[in-house]
Design a protein around this ligand. Structure first.
Ligand code: ADP
Length: 427
């Protein structure tokens, strides 16, 4: 009952019947809520807690009987009258409705003049009953029907699932092929621009014409960016198809972090961001793929830069644990909502308004395809490690910040505590 009015939930997929019944019941003083499908009906029932439910049997998803059986088992629905609307022509339909848990039934087409009176009767405690023998027989039939339907649904879903997997593979292959095809000409363009950049003739032109210099600069930056994006796509699609092998060797994690920090130093200086590594030095060697670890740590550092406004602070903390080493990259940026924290590690997932993204990789909220974290996750997990994020939520005013954690197994006991001379160098 809501505001003293008796609420009736009417679950019916035919709009004509919906209108007719709704009007008749409203005229009789009832509050009517409508659902057109079985699952929607269940959700609405749990939300609205109606005083009576009027249930069509033939619904497009779950049948009215199945909805009734579900609701009868739900808390607080044991005594709510559920009145089935059954077609006269179908044998056993009423009996099946009662076995499923209906309080009674009305036959279709509904006699609209009698409806309000019949509803009042059910609200007043009226109940239809079945002889025990009939109930037992129909109940067995109903159970068999349910099992058959369940089986056919599972078969249907398995088929759809297989088709989706096939389409997903076509999509992955297409992405990989496209990135691969793009990379070849890009490598050539990249090479030519390097040659141009180093050519004495061009250097003179650039020195004389700031306009041409800025055009060339824009061109070079775009080519760099395009190469980075194609490489990202290739890396993630290789992981997705399981075609990636780690190239393992001794790696100094300290060195990997130092190189990433150094690579981003110009961007940090431009954006007045400080990067602190704690402790200042540690000597830990891992048996890992140095290139891929660099890629992951650089991605995390790049993100910390992208999602922290100018003047912020980034802190990288390393903690040696018994079995693992933990790296935490904390920023004072915009933060990440709790619901997004797992999803951002999915491929092509970007949180927030991507339209606002700039195309620069280090500008505040600089754009990306949403692949960086998926790559980090794939790399870290392939190493037997874990990656996750902690953040108090996204707030571009208060800047709660985010901390990304990586743990990697300490798997090189011989090299532990010894300083490795160089990333990937031989012991
Ligand atoms: P992108 O290329 O969009 O940066 P990523 O996979 O690296 O893709 O990150 C996915 C999303 O996670 C980003 O679009 C961003 O919304 C969010 N994100 C990643 N790192 C941070 C961070 N340090 N602070 C706030 N949001 C972040």
């Amino acid at each position: 009952m809501k505001d003293g009015q008796v609420t009736i939930l009417y679950i019916e997929d035919d709009p004509g019947s919906q209108r007719l019944v709704q009007r008749a019941l409203q005229f009789a003083g009832y509050r009517v809520v409508l659902a057109s499908r079985g699952i929607e009906g269940i959700d609405l029932a749990l939300q609205e807690r109606p005083d009576l439910i009027l249930m069509d049997i033939n619904l497009p998803d779950l049948s009215g009987r199945e909805v009734t059986t579900h609701l009868r088992a739900a808390q607080g629905f044991q005594d709510v009258p559920i009145v089935a609307l059954t077609a006269e022509s179908h044998a056993d339909e009423r009996e099946k409705a009662l076995v499923a848990g209906a309080t009674g039934y009305l036959t279709k087409p509904i006699d609209i003049d009698k409806l309000a009176g019949q509803i009042a009767g059910f609200l007043g405690g009226m109940k239809e009953r079945l002889a025990a023998e009939v109930a037992q027989q129909v109940s067995a039939q109903y159970s068999q029907e349910l099992v058959k339907r369940l089986e056919s649904k599972i078969r249907e879903l398995e088929k759809i699932n297989a088709e989706l997997r096939r389409l997903d593979k076509i999509k992955d292959d297409f992405i990989q092929l496209t990135a691969h095809e793009l990379r070849t000409p890009l490598t050539v363009i990249h090479g030519y621009t390097q040659l141009l950049h180093n050519s004495e003739a061009l250097r003179q032109v650039l020195a004389e014409s700031p306009e041409i210099a800025s055009l060339v600069e824009g061109l070079m930056q775009s080519i760099e960016r395009m190469s980075a994006v194609t490489n990202e796509i290739l890396t993630i699609s290789r992981f997705a198809s399981g075609r990636i092998e780690l190239s393992l060797g001794p790696v100094s994690l300290e060195e990997v972090v130092a190189v990433a920090v150094e690579d981003y130093a110009p961007a940090c200086a431009e954006r007045r961001l400080t990067v602190t590594v704690r402790p200042e030095s540690w000597h830990l060697r891992l048996h890992a793929d140095g290139e891929l670890l660099y890629l992951s740590i650089a991605n995390l550092l790049g993100n910390a830069i992208k999602y922290t406004p100018d003047g912020g602070a980034i802190t990288i903390t390393v903690e040696e644990q018994d079995e693992a080493v933990q790296l935490a990259i904390a920023d004072t940026g915009i933060g990440i909502d709790a619901e997004e924290q797992a999803r951002i590690f999915e491929r092509f997932y970007t949180a927030g308004d991507t339209q606002l993204h700039s195309t620069s990789k280090t500008a505040f909220r600089g754009g990306g395809l949403g692949l960086g974290l998926a790559i980090c996750k794939a790399v870290i997990e392939k190493h037997g490690g874990r990656i996750w994020v902690e953040s108090a939520g996204r707030d571009e005013g208060k800047l709660p910040g985010s901390t990304f954690y990586i743990t990697l197994p300490r798997n090189d006991p011989a090299g532990m505590k010894r300083r490795a001379p160089q990333t990937g160098a031989a012991p």
